[in-house]
Write a protein that binds this ligand. Structure first.
Ligand SMILES: Nc1ncnc2c1ncn2[C@@H]1O[C@H](COP(=O)(O)OP(=O)(O)OP(=O)(O)O)[C@@H](O)[C@H]1O
Length: 381
């Protein structure tokens, strides 16, 4: 797929900026805080309807404006598609594809596929499990947009179950035997729903990782020169011996029953995929604790390359790659690995403060745009 152009209206620090992507690689160069990442964020929003930087739409709308809009033309194998996302300070959004305003935002997902790589992605290795869950979920949504709906449903059930557990705790009925029969039957209903939605989340996460890991291993070996052995393990909170639906549901329910007392004491759900973990080890040592910066970078790069390949395999078209301030941080060998993989096949948007750290091969093959204070230009300012 190829993003032909982008039009930013009252988005972040852009007032009214049009950009035509004239080459498979575009390098956005400029000093700090000029709007480079903002532009990548706009593409991320069209792809995932989320920003990894903020959760509130009012931060995305230009200061002083009530609404902002991101408009784009995308070329896919099936033809050209016009897209737009309107953001409002009050959080209400409008999405359109072609001339059609979509009632369900979920229907918009999967139109543009992207893989992102920014310095924040090192949190994938160093940060808490929520970073790894969110990374995995974003990947699964790209592979199967309907997963966004499943995930949303799971979190809704989780919130409601938590509210009930809190109510039970506030009523001081922490001893299981003294819970009113009304609360008990209400809780049993939520248990069943949590299990049904939870196993759908777990099975999809597990399958996506199963497909991603061999590709990641391949890249990790290639980049580390076969000196290091990467292992990726899905550690679901509910033990998952195999993919059998009924066995999994049973294991889930059993674990909930074992945690009845602590759950009611703490007033929160302690069992389920919201507590899943993904473990990365290098030569049998947890990458999180012992990996050097270089090792962690190699690991994240391997994951990103694997994501590109997997999405391409599943979708049947190469996704876009968004490289936010990370390429210059990679040494030339790793830059070459990346270059060889993406070639001209994956459209890539790259931000950087300096062109000097780049391989000349990259530079010659790229469209270079200079960014200053929310304006783009083909010449240095
Ligand atoms: N809602 C907004 N309205 C107006 N300006 C905004 C808004 N949100 C962010 N900005 C401005 O955008 C700029 C930050 O841009 P961006 O994050 O794209 O930086 P960058 O060019 O990628 O630089 P860096 O290399 O530091 O990441 C800042 O000047 C900030 O004040």
């Amino acid at each position: 797929m190829y993003l032909k152009n982008l039009h930013l209206l009252q988005f972040r620090n852009y007032q009214d900026q049009w950009v035509e992507f004239g080459a498979p690689k575009t390098i956005l160069v400029g000093n700090n805080a000029q709007g480079k990442s903002n532009l990548l964020e706009a593409v991320e929003l069209l792809s995932t309807l989320k920003s990894h930087r903020v959760t509130r739409d009012r931060d995305l709308v230009k200061e002083g404006a009530e609404w902002g809009r991101i408009v784009a033309t995308l070329e896919r194998q099936t033809g050209e598609i016009d897209l737009s996302l309107t953001l409002r300070r009050n959080g209400r959004r409008t999405v359109t594809r072609g001339s059609e305003a979509l009632h369900r935002q979920i229907d918009f997902l999967g139109t543009i596929n992207t893989v992102q790589f920014s310095s924040l992605d090192l949190d994938l290795v160093r940060g808490g499990p929520e970073h790894r869950r969110s990374w995995l979920d974003t990947l699964v949504i790209q592979l199967e947009p309907f997963y966004a709906h499943i995930l949303q449903q799971y979190h809704q059930i989780l919130r409601q179950r938590n509210a009930l557990l809190k109510k039970i705790r506030e009523q001081g009925t922490v001893n299981d035997t003294s819970i009113s029969s009304v609360s008990r039957s209400e809780l049993a209903l939520w248990d069943a729903q949590l299990v049904t939605a939870g196993v759908r989340v777990m099975r999809r996460r597990s399958r996506a990782l199963q497909r991603l890991t061999p590709i990641s291993y391949y890249w990790h070996q290639a980049i580390s020169g076969s000196t290091e052995k990467l292992e990726i393990k899905y550690l679901p909170n509910v033990p998952m011996e195999n993919d059998d639906l009924e066995l999994l549901k049973q294991a889930f329910l059993e674990k909930i029953q074992q945690r009845t007392i602590p759950e009611q004491h703490q007033g929160t759900t302690l069992v389920g995929p919201h507590r899943d973990e993904v473990e990365f080890t290098i030569n049998q040592t947890p990458a999180k604790q012992y990996g050097s910066q270089g090792q962690q970078r190699t690991l994240v790069l391997s994951l990103k390359l694997a994501e590109l390949k997997l999405i391409e395999e599943v979708i049947g078209e190469p996704p876009l790659l968004l490289l936010d301030d990370v390429l210059a941080e990679l040494d030339l060998t790793r830059q070459h690995q990346l270059l060889e993989t993406i070639q001209a096949r994956f459209q890539t948007l790259i931000t950087t403060t300096h062109l000097s750290a780049f391989d000349p091969v990259w530079l010659n093959a790229s469209q270079i745009l200079y960014v200053e204070a929310g304006h783009l230009s083909v010449h240095a300012w």
